[in-house]
Design a protein around this ligand. Structure first.
Ligand code: HEM
Length: 393
């Protein structure tokens, strides 16, 4: 019996150039087959919508339990974190998040978020020009969200950098990954100190994790991992989504006009932003058996498989004209928040924040223009900007 050689590519998905504009490579890899072996990284890559969704829906075959990062150091260090577990342990720990982040639990904070977004946008409009990352997108995650978590005031300013470092540190062996290690060590130390000193506001979201640890339900590493789930996941992702949205509207004034004339489109527009510029581009799983993906492609058991939310969300086999930004598309089935048992536990909160910002902008701003060259924040996992100078009229 002969076995077909796997489809192989030597593309480097983690070079500066690829991270700045990954879409041409994604398209080439999607066209090559349902899964392709990336020879430079020793990984399989799954990038078509159907296969990515099926993999995310099947944790027994595509397991997170050996970590979702691309290097052993990361996977060993964060082995007890929610995102690196399979059911039943994952199901248990996840309840701690979902209880506090359900739509009903979030209802009382929605008004605060709307008010803060409106006041901030009013102030920025009066200035006329500002940085959409540092002045706008970072505001709600750093202030309102950290208050909800009950995070100590001291040290909050270091968290943005540490959180970006966490995502980078899960990348493949390369200088960008290596450079992030000290930031992640600092993050781990900081989180361990917060847990040891019980330095969280009683009643806040973070307190729930601390109490579960004190009741003996989760080990100390589990509590640290869960807190990381807040401070890491709640920052870079939401900030990227809001700033990517502003960038898209600056480049597509007709879409801004549509939104302004019908603000009820804000939730649909946010789905479209997360689809077309997915804040988390890739994560990985390990196969627990041989998987036949059709077209003669079989991923062997024990293989690390990189799956791309960003590539799947641009798959022309699923989304017609996937590179077109269209606020009326409302792609409710996009994979930008993941899918299956690990689907984003904080998406309700992310939506509240982003909807509040775009509603406030739509009420006060006629046109958004770029006021300088945007600077991308190149990251192994996330896609966003370091700086985005804009002018609003
Ligand atoms: C636009 C903003 C956001 C995006 C695009 C996003 C995206 C994602 C994605 C793709 C996953 C799936 C990971 C996987 O498949 O392994 C995920 C998981 C997760 N997200 Fe988010 N996220 C966002 C905001 C947030 C916020 C604000 C929070 C917390 C308040 C949060 C908390 C989590 C947690 C805890 C998980 C792990 C869930 C689990 O493993 O069961 N996320 N997110």
């Amino acid at each position: 019996m002969t076995t077909a050689a796997p489809l192989t590519s030597d593309l480097d998905l983690f070079s500066d150039q690829a991270l700045a504009d990954p879409y041409p490579q994604y398209r080439a890899l999607r066209d090559l087959g349902p899964a392709v072996r990336l020879s430079r990284h020793g990984l399989w890559f799954v990038s078509r919508y159907e296969q990515v969704r099926s993999a995310l829906a099947d944790w027994e075959t595509f397991s997170s339990a050996q970590g979702i990062g691309l290097n052993d150091g990361f996977n060993d260090a964060w082995g007890s974190a929610l995102i690196n577990l399979d059911p039943p342990a994952q199901t248990e720990q996840r309840k701690l998040f979902t209880d506090r982040l359900s739509p009903r639990a979030l209802r009382p904070v929605a008004e605060d978020i709307d008010r803060r977004a409106d006041e901030l946008v009013a102030e920025l409009v009066s200035r006329g020009s500002f940085d959409a990352v540092t002045d706008l997108a970072q505001d709600l995650p750093v202030h309102v969200i950290m208050d909800l978590i009950g995070w100590p005031e001291q040290g909050r300013d270091q968290l943005l950098d540490m959180a970006a470092g966490w995502f980078n540190s899960s990348g493949p062996a390369c200088p960008r990954t290596a450079a992030s290690v000290p930031k992640v060590e600092a993050l781990m130390g900081y989180l361990a100190e917060v847990v040891a000193k019980e330095n969280l506001v009683p009643g806040g979201f973070g307190w729930t994790m601390l109490e579960a640890h004190k009741r003996g339900e989760i080990p100390v590493e589990g509590a640290i991992g869960l807190l990381a789930g807040y401070v890491v996941a709640a920052f870079d992702t939401t900030i990227s989504a809001i700033s990517s949205g502003v960038w898209l509207f600056a480049r597509h004034p007709e879409q801004w006009e549509l939104l302004r004339s019908d603000p009820s489109l804000v939730p649909a527009a946010f789905n479209e932003i997360v689809r077309i510029e997915s804040p988390i581009q890739v994560f990985s799983r390990v196969t627990t058996r041989d998987v036949d993906l059709g077209e003669g492609v079989t991923i062997p058991s024990g293989a690390r498989v990189l799956h791309s939310y960003g590539a799947a969300n641009r798959d022309e086999r699923h989304f017609p004209g996937p590179d077109r930004f269209d606020v009326r598309r409302n792609p409710v089935d996009h994979l930008g928040f993941g899918y299956g048992n690990h689907a984003c536990a904080g998406q309700g909160l992310a939506r509240l924040e982003a909807h509040a910002v775009f509603k406030a902008l739509a009420a006060r701003v006629e046109r958004i223009e770029l006021a300088g060259e945007p600077v991308r924040a190149l990251n192994n996992i996330t896609r966003g900007f370091r700086s985005l100078p804009v002018r609003v009229l």
